[in-house]
Design a protein around this ligand. Structure first.
Ligand SMILES: Nc1ncnc2c1ncn2[C@@H]1O[C@H](COP(=O)(O)OP(=O)(O)O)[C@@H](O)[C@H]1O
Ligand SMILES: [Mg+2]
Length: 224
């Protein structure tokens, strides 16, 4: 299988005043196209830090991240932002929806940003299709406060997927949900993986997410 994303000797140290917190101490890791990799580890082990670095959202203290062979952190800011926008989807524990926008507009917004063209009928159509896929046909014109936590996370998932990114990053995607709603999201992720071959990197401390993994890795003492 072709390697899509690679981390080589990845390091991250946070500075707090005079204190240094060494979170990642040389992470080596590779994800092939079509894999669903789940990274587990206790709270505070550096899972979010690692995910942000893999997704081009932060700067490493050392090491490299390669996406389709390109060194992410050697790209200029514009090129890095473009790669993130075109190739990565993100789902976080908090849904980060725009409160003033409806479910449909929240999802369509990702398409508008991608095309740099503002509201378009085709972006709305794509948003509606993906919202239907995640079971929200009846919630298109609801605003986030009018949706349950599980529904908001499904909108966030639809937004992450509307541009059909080859790689989806999830940080504790079921962390704010009760176990029943969490397993609905899990089923959706499993379905996407099976039917569309979406590549996933999921970090979580919830063992249940391991069920959809093709590989489970443990982050401990700054290493995988
Ligand atoms: N911006 C920051 N500044 C200083 N320390 C941080 C920062 N972000 C995270 N940390 C520390 O790094 C460690 C790992 O955090 P994090 O990656 O959020 O872990 P996890 O997601 O596994 O719970 C924690 O000890 C946390 O306090
Ligand atoms: Mg975290």
């Amino acid at each position: 299988m072709k390697s899509l994303l690679q981390a080589v000797g990845l390091k991250k140290t946070y500075r707090q005043g005079t204190r240094q917190v060494e979170v990642l101490r040389g992470v080596d890791f590779s994800v092939a196209e079509g894999e669903a990799v789940v990274i587990v580890g206790p709270s505070g082990s550096g899972k979010s830090t690692l995910l942000h670095l893999l997704g081009g959202l932060d700067w490493p203290t050392g090491g490299k991240v390669r996406f389709q062979g390109k060194d992410l952190y050697a790209l200029g800011d514009g090129e890095l932002a473009r790669t993130r926008n075109l190739s990565f989807g993100f789902v976080f524990q908090s849904y980060h929806l725009v409160p003033e926008l409806t479910a449909l507009e929240n999802v369509a917004l990702a398409g508008w940003i991608r095309n740099g063209a503002g509201p378009s009928r085709s972006a709305l159509k794509a948003a509606q299709e993906i919202l239907e896929q995640v079971g929200l046909r009846h919630r298109l014109s609801h605003r986030p406060t009018e949706l349950s936590g599980g529904e908001q996370q499904r909108v966030a998932l639809a937004r992450a997927l509307v541009n059909r990114p080859p790689l989806l990053f999830c940080d504790e995607p079921t962390g704010n949900l009760d176990s029943e709603t969490g397993s609905e999201i899990l089923k959706l992720l499993a379905g996407l993986h099976r039917e569309q071959g979406t590549t996933f990197v999921i970090v979580t401390h919830e063992p249940v997410l391991q069920r959809i993994a093709s590989r489970v890795l443990l982050l401990k003492d700054g290493r995988l």
